[in-house]
Design a protein around this ligand. Structure first.
Ligand SMILES: O=C(O)CCC(=O)C(=O)O
Ligand SMILES: [Fe+2]
Length: 384
């Protein structure tokens, strides 16, 4: 390899924030997607990104968290119905009235912005190829494997397991970062726990204390006692930074992917960028101030035996504005096997997915460059 090529490679490894700060006027080849994968690709004279005529009016279902918590609230039943509808038909919803204070939200966003504004030598301290590290700074998806890089730098923070020890390894600069991130992680965990109860209820799986259960019924319940397992489950926070990009039509902030966990709660700023698939088209999710975007992950699709959908989404970049998002991914403990709930399997609706676990998932993402929905596809059982 020529010295020039080596130099180029090391520049890419420093990420897109660094690249942007060097004042690049063009997207380097490493980030240029094949024509068919670009965001504004034209198929039969139509640009799929903007082809959805409904896009301008597209609104995600909005779920009111406060009303969901009102045990005897008159609107609760309606909110549960909307929640089930959103998980089944969109795989996404916007959560309002979540009760996390504006201060905690803005502290998290500001601390995240300031982290990415640190000099590269500070951020670099957290760069590691170890996917299991409690803190991992990096760029693209998998910078040791990706053929084409995406226009995104990230900071991944493992929040659970071992909540008492891990935060001490999280960035110590900016000085308030840890405190803000720990507080924010706890608050999102609470929201997740309540959403799990609501989702299990919509699936008809909420645990009831039943003292007359037979041994067989108890065994049957084992795999449905995910409510408790999820409450002490894994939590990973990913802070994404998408700097302005000189040629946003040639690349993506994040390529099409689905999230592997049970539910993801995304906090983002006022800059649009997130798109989801709807009826074969890409639609932009418009930021709704003060809300979270929540999406169903692969584990919930598997657990619900395909009733709730883990929908492919991607992130666009733009030439003028930097964008920050904080995704909080929640699922079962790492060692737990995820499988369709037995109560959702019957003759009419046979089991659709194989058992799966984190180890298989980690092996999968470490061994390949593709971020498409292949992992979930690989867990599907052949249907006759
Ligand atoms: O930036 C966003 O809005 C979404 C990020 C995302 O999809 C992810 O972190 O998995
Ligand atoms: Fe995602």
């Amino acid at each position: 390899m020529s010295p020039a090529a080596l130099f180029d490679q090391s520049q890419y490894q420093k990420g897109v924030k660094h690249l942007y700060e060097t004042g690049v006027k063009n997207v380097p080849p490493k980030y240029i997607l094949p024509v068919s994968e670009r965001p504004n690709v034209v198929v039969n004279g139509i640009k799929p990104t903007y082809a959805a005529t409904t896009e301008a009016n597209f609104k995600l279902p909005v779920i009111d968290f406060f009303q969901l918590l009102q045990e005897d609230g008159s609107n609760r039943h309606q909110v549960l119905t909307s929640l089930a509808h959103a998980c089944e038909n969109y795989g996404f919803f916007q959560l309002v009235n979540h009760g996390i204070s504006e201060k905690i939200i803005s502290n998290m966003m500001n601390a995240s912005k300031r982290f990415f504004e640190l000099p590269y030598c500070e951020r670099e301290k957290y760069m590691t190829a170890d996917m299991g590290a409690p803190v991992r700074y990096g760029t693209s998806f998998n910078q040791t494997k990706d053929g084409v890089f995406c226009w995104r730098d990230f900071l991944k923070l493992v929040c659970n397991p071992q909540p008492h020890h891990l935060p001490h390894q999280w960035p110590s600069s900016p000085v308030d970062f840890r405190e803000m991130a720990v507080t924010y992680a706890k608050e999102t965990k609470f929201i997740f726990q309540k959403l799990v109860d609501a989702i299990l209820e919509t699936l008809g799986l909420l645990q009831e204390t039943n003292t007359t259960e037979t041994k067989e019924e108890e065994d049957d319940d084992d795999d449905d006692d995910v409510g408790e397992a999820l409450k002490n489950g894994s939590q990973l926070m990913v802070v994404n930074c998408f700097p302005p990009c000189p040629e946003p039509d040639l690349t993506l902030g994040m390529p099409p992917h689905s999230d592997y966990g049970f539910l993801t709660l995304v906090l983002h700023d006022e800059v649009p960028g997130l798109q989801m698939q709807l009826h074969g088209k890409w639609v932009t999710i418009q930021p709704l101030p003060g809300s979270f975007v929540v999406n169903v992950g692969d584990h919930l699709e598997i657990f619900s035996n395909g009733k709730y959908k883990s929908v492919v989404h991607r992130v666009l970049v733009n030439s003028t504005k930097s964008r920050i998002s904080v995704a909080s991914l929640h699922s079962l403990p790492f060692e737990t096997i995820v499988r369709p709930s037995r109560k959702l399997i019957n003759d009419k609706n046979p089991r659709r997915y194989k058992d799966t676990d984190f180890a298989t998932f980690l092996q999968y993402i470490q061994s390949c460059d593709s971020k498409e929905k292949n992992f979930l596809e690989s867990r599907k059982l052949n249907q006759r």
